[in-house]
Design a protein around this ligand. Sequence first.
Ligand code: PEP
Ligand code: MN
Length: 340
Amino acid sequence: MIIVLRPGASREQIDEVITEIRTLGYEPSPIIGVAQTVVAAIGDERTQHTLESLNVLPQVERVIRVQKRYKLASRESHPEDTVIDVAGVPVGGPGFTLMAGPCSVESAEQLFATADAVKAAGATILRGGAYKPRTSPYEFQGLGKEGLRLLREARDRTGLRIITEVLSERDVEHVAETADILQIGARNAQNFQLLIECARSGKPVLLKRGLSERIEEWLLASEYLLAHGNPNVMLCERGIRTFETYTRNTLDLGAVAIAKRESHLPVIVDPSQGCGRADLVIALCAGAVAMGADGLLIEVHPNPAEAWSDGQQQVTFEGFRRLVETIRPFLAAAGRQPAA
Ligand code: PEP
Ligand code: MN
């Protein structure tokens, strides 16, 4: 860290800062200028006590952090792309992963028909919420354990791997019995106790970006999973809340490029929550591929007009087929092929 002192700080005041830096476990290296003094404090600021408390001293003008706050998630600590083994299906690396399925599991017919359709189009992972985080308590909350049972049956029928959301610490153990990937939703993106519990489960985790979460906070949330012993973490950009009203959220494609640069973790894009409009999903998928995304999470429904949740943003079976065809040249240009 760099501690910038106010102009005119006395020798005693400089010495006080140097002593304090040592007490906090860093090695001070002062540069005493004619007008102003700065002190470099040498140590690993990602794991050591922060020196921001030095701001309380009247002779300190500013404390500047030099290192990133996330360590295990950073590309510096792990230059190679992480490839996650999802029950035999790789996520990350040279391939490209299509995860698709309904917003909510509604019935056996709905789920199995969707599973067959997305598999035929090239998806390898089936999404479907059994526990739904709905804005209103009067809206459909998901089928719960029955939904999980249907997801297991869909996996047995098709061989697709399963991604499904876990809403609370209480549910981690039994959701992990069904899920090949635990989905942490945007509303739980910084529920650190839930993250720790998911880390302990040992299952791969897809961590959505929070509704108004900064990229640094998103990466620090992933750091919770990594620091608690789970290396199998995927980041998921799903749009953030902005002033814009033409879309439900603003899909932040710039964040995808940044996450790929800053971190070695696979980055998945969810354009369905990202824009909330079925008619924009394909265009955003092409953008996601161009930004370096490692996969997509797409909502697909046999009849979106009758969906029990998020009907406006779910694509039909035909829409999903068209989506996969449309992104093919973009994938080739990016040097990637769908895993299937
Ligand atoms: C979902 O995937 O259906 C969902 C609720 O996502 P998010 O947490 O991104 O809103
Ligand atoms: Mn949804």
